[in-house]
Design a protein around this ligand. Structure first.
Ligand SMILES: Nc1nc2c(ncn2[C@@H]2O[C@H](COP(=O)(O)OP(=O)(O)OP(=O)(O)O)[C@@H](O)[C@H]2O)c(=O)[nH]1
Ligand SMILES: [Mg+2]
Length: 171
């Protein structure tokens, strides 16, 4: 039987991307209802029930997102605050529409202080002005939940210039 427990509703998927060791498994684990399942090296699946009718599946990966991620709502690109430059490849992948979903960039703080202002980081990482840039603590469920919330509201508001909201209708 393939019927899902969510009775006909297709669960929403969110991708958690980023280079090796940025905290993807930690992020997915801290926000999930259950321990993340590692399906293969560096790919995690977690699940969070925001509401009985709203289940989010989280896919943590450092590979280019695969076909199974199709229909994803959006992506969190995690950045290690101590190794900012490692994030270039992933950010440009999403910016160039390699995987066409709205995304935000979250700098995982690893306890440290951010050495740069977010504005400076945005410039250094060449993150478009319309893409949200934020910080998080991947180990803290409240922090990861807030990051997901931000992504979901960004997505609902059009998710950047490539996904502009429809023109206002008269009346
Ligand atoms: N102090 C601190 N340690 C963290 C934080 N996030 C992750 N770590 C640690 O950093 C290491 C890497 O975190 P992971 O969550 O495994 O990173 P990952 O992106 O899944 O790594 P790969 O799957 O190998 O690409 C682990 O030892 C974590 O415990 C954080 O916010 N603070
Ligand atoms: Mg991992």
């Amino acid at each position: 039987m393939k019927s899902s427990p969510e009775a006909g509703r297709s669960p929403a998927k969110i991708i958690v991307a980023g280079s090796r060791g940025v905290g993807k498994t930690t992020f997915v684990g801290s926000v999930s209802d259950t321990d993340p399942i590692t399906v293969e090296a560096a790919t995690d699946i977690g699940r969070i029930t925001l509401h009985p009718d709203l289940v989010l599946y989280l896919f943590g990966t450092s590979e280019a997102p695969q076909s199974g991620f199709g229909g994803a709502l959006g992506a969190v690109v995690l950045v290690d605050a101590r190794r900012i430059e490692d994030a270039f490849a992933t950010i440009s992948y999403f910016e160039d529409g390699g995987f066409d979903v709205p995304f935000l960039v979250a700098v995982n703080m690893f306890d440290g202080e951010l050495r740069y202002e977010l504005d400076e980081l945005r410039e250094a990482l060449a993150v478009r002005p319309d893409v949200p840039l934020t910080t998080c603590d991947a180990r803290d469920p409240a922090s990861t939940a807030k990051t997901l919330q931000e992504l979901v509201s960004y997505t609902m508001n059009g998710g950047g210039s490539d996904h502009t909201s429809p023109p206002e209708l008269p009346g």
